[in-house]
Unconditional design. Structure first.
Length: 440
């Protein structure tokens, strides 16, 4: 029996779909062969394309039926998590670089996924090796297609499209338009779902400017962040070395900070992302790679320490806040000779710091590393039971749990994390001794 859209919405806690989600779903369900969806970051595009995919998957069939392409592993993993929340009967696999292709192939053979998420190069690699059949794939979704092109994946996307002979529908999604849409459709007509100029989200984001009397704005940035308490904030910069400098300063001042940029090793980025998402670090200092690679509904503040280099960069930066129906605030920290770019059309309000700025506060949660994962057949229930029984926690003390292949990240009440480590490190979970330590 096919699951209904109403049932799927209920599972996600969604009362009503947005007009963009409704129009996208209708276009996909009606069988439009080529669809382009343009809508602001944070408007729910992932749910827009996954709802009709889930409704049309044959869970009895042990073949891949839909492929979703994304520019980064972070986006691929997040999208897979949304699918899992919608319907756990639909099996899925995530494919990306940074780990052996053979390891993923073994997972594919074991799971027999019906939906595959992945980055362009890794998907082509699996297809070339025949690691899954392409003959039952009917839908191809390319999310953040402009970012895929920007990252140099044009040839990989062309190869992928040519490698899928049974495709009946291609869906491209982005927050911004691109002149290179036609090549993915073979210059055939396409249906556009265009909400790119929607003013609804702009109305939920308040814009402020904070002026510095000196060129070095670090001290002013620190004072601004103190006013945010331990609410999540992303500070955007344009250069990797600047990320290191600002992060170091803020850590010395007592802030809970993690860094995020393209020069970091994959494991470092993954750890930083998990820590920030878990509210174990309230400040993420990052280059624009973080404007596309994360989906954290609770981000309240976005700070432009460096000015965005163009309108597209600005669109994706502010898209990190006010996601779905929430509100958010974005701040421009301006030096003596800096001005808000002309492409920011909403008028900014001058922001004045209070006379007495509070000190930095501790984060809400701490992230623990537990040295057991999927390979050890560990479940979220096992983790909760272990932390409550051995670590002395209550269920309300435990936040997000991410079970990886060989280890697990779990968020716990910051005030209790040290006592948990003392009690649980070296103890047994499912009759196996494990390491428990803080992720820093």
């Amino acid at each position: 029996m096919k699951i209904t859209a109403e049932q799927l919405k209920a599972r996600m806690g969604v009362e009503k779909l947005t007009p963009m989600q409704t129009e996208t779903g209708n276009a996909m369900q009606s069988g439009e062969p080529n669809i382009v969806v343009l809508s602001p970051t944070g408007s729910g595009k992932t749910l827009a394309y996954l709802l009709p995919i889930v409704q049309n998957i044959d869970v009895a069939q042990e073949e891949v039926q839909a492929v979703v392409v994304l520019p980064t592993r972070e986006l691929a993993l997040q999208s897979q998590q949304v699918l899992a929340a919608l319907d756990r009967q639909v099996r899925s696999q995530c494919c990306y670089g940074g780990r052996p292709t053979m390891e993923e192939h073994r997972e594919i053979m074991k799971k027999m996924p019906q939906v595959v998420f992945g980055t362009p190069g890794r998907l082509n690699d699996h297809i070339a090796k025949g690691n899954f059949s392409v003959y039952h794939i009917r839908r191809l979704v390319i999310d953040e297609y402009d970012k895929c092109l920007e990252m140099g994946f044009r040839d990989e996307l062309s190869m992928l499209v040519k490698s899928l002979p049974g495709i009946r529908q291609k869906v491209l999604l982005s927050a911004t338009d691109s002149q290179e849409i036609p090549f993915l459709f073979g210059n055939k007509p396409y249906h556009i779902v265009d909400y790119s100029q929607s003013e609804e989200k702009d109305e939920r984001i308040r814009i402020y400017e904070l002026r510095s009397e000196v060129k070095d704005k670090l001290e002013l940035l620190g004072k601004l962040l103190c006013t945010f308490g331990n609410d999540s904030c992303i500070v955007f910069l344009n250069y990797r070395d600047s990320v290191a400098r600002v992060s170091s300063y803020l850590k010395d001042e007592g802030f809970s900070v993690v860094s995020y940029h393209g020069g970091m090793e994959q494991e470092e980025r993954e750890q930083a992302f998990a820590t920030f998402r878990n509210s174990s670090a309230s400040v993420l200092v990052a280059t624009d790679i973080a404007s596309r690679g994360i989906d954290i509904p609770e981000v309240k503040y976005v700070v432009h320490y460096h000015l965005p280099q163009n309108e597209v960069a600005y669109t994706h930066r502010v898209g990190r806040t006010a996601r779905w129906e929430r509100t958010g605030e974005t701040f421009f920290v301006l030096g003596p000779d800096e001005h808000i770019p002309d492409f920011v059309t909403t008028e900014a309000t001058a922001y004045t710091l209070p006379d007495h700025v509070p000190a930095p506060v501790a984060p809400k949660m701490a992230t623990l590393y537990i040295g057991k994962g999927k390979m050890d057949k560990i479940s979220k229930g096992d983790i909760v039971g272990f932390l409550c029984k051995i670590g002395g926690l209550n269920g309300t003390d435990i936040g997000n749990i991410e079970i990886k292949e060989r280890y697990t990240y779990v968020a716990v009440n910051y005030k209790k994390h040290k006592s948990v480590i003392r009690a649980a490190n070296g103890e047994k979970i499912k009759n196996k001794k494990t390491v428990v330590e803080t992720v820093k």
